[in-house]
Structure formats: structure tokens, C-alpha cells
Ligand binder design. Structure first.
Ligand SMILES: [Zn+2]
Length: 133
């Protein structure tokens, strides 16, 4: 993966985490370019398989591509930033992220997107008008 490709991925994401939408400008740790389908599952380096993710989301996602819907306990794939529409699967309830669909709920769960520290961070960003849910 070269610098030009990395730059394209960051610009395409508008410098926000493509899962929790945390803006790069709000945190000191650099958002990471991740494989939506991990290499372990034969995902490649094509732009269609790359996304920008904050450290929190990326670390929790790891090589996962699925999880269990917390509502039904059914096996379900994770959100795919290239082929899914964010607003179809997620909504904000103040600083908390709500999964609207099995994919949304499973992704919120696996990526631990409402970890208290993340919710606290969003609350502060909202208060200082650096993040608008
Ligand atoms: Zn994130």
C-alpha cells in the first residue's frame, strides 16, 4: 500500500472513522487504514476493501468479519463501509451509537462502539462543537 493510496483512502473517508465517524482532528492517535475483509479471510489491498478506522474501532474489529446480533443471537456479518450505507445501519442517540439493523447492532457490539470512554469522548466533542452526531 503506497502513500498515494493511503492519502486517497483518508480523503475519501473525509478524515473520519468510517465506523463511528470520529473525526481525525478530534484525537491525537492517527486513524488507521484497515482491511474491511481481513487478509486472513482473503481480503486484498484494493481500495474497495480498505477503510479508515479510528484506533478504537480498528483494534476491536481486528480480523472479525461477523459477530452475533445482540438482539437475536443470530450470526451476522459486520458493516461494510464500501457497500453499506451508514445511515441505514446506525443512528445517534446523543453520544451513543444505536444499531438499526442486525448488521448495525452486531457492528456496535463487536467494535464496542459505546465503550464508556468513547461515549465520554463524544460527549466532550459535542460540548465543544467538534463533533455533530
Ligand atoms: Zn471509530
Amino acid at each position: 500500500m503506497n502513500d498515494a493510496l493511503r492519502g486517497r483512502i483518508r480523503r475519501r473517508a473525509r478524515y473520519r472513522c468510517e465506523y463511528c465517524r470520529l473525526p481525525q482532528s478530534a484525537v491525537s492517535t492517527r486513524h488507521q487504514i484497515e482491511h474491511v475483509i481481513a487478509e486472513q479471510h482473503r481480503g486484498d489491498d484494493d481500495e474497495s476493501n480498505l477503510a479508515l478506522a479510528c484506533t478504537h474501532c480498528n483494534l476491536h474489529k481486528g480480523p472479525n468479519i461477523a459477530g452475533r446480533d445482540p438482539l437475536t443471537e443470530e450470526l451476522c456479518r459486520l458493516y461494510h463501509p464500501r457497500s453499506d450505507r451508514w445511515s441505514e445501519h446506525f443512528a445517534w442517540e446523543g453520544p451513543r451509537l444505536i444499531g438499526l439493523t442486525p448488521v448495525g447492532r452486531t457492528t456496535v457490539q463487536v467494535l464496542d462502539m459505546n465503550d464508556p470512554l468513547m461515549v465520554e469522548t463524544r460527549e466532550a466533542l459535542i460540548q465543544f462543537r467538534r463533533f455533530k452526531p
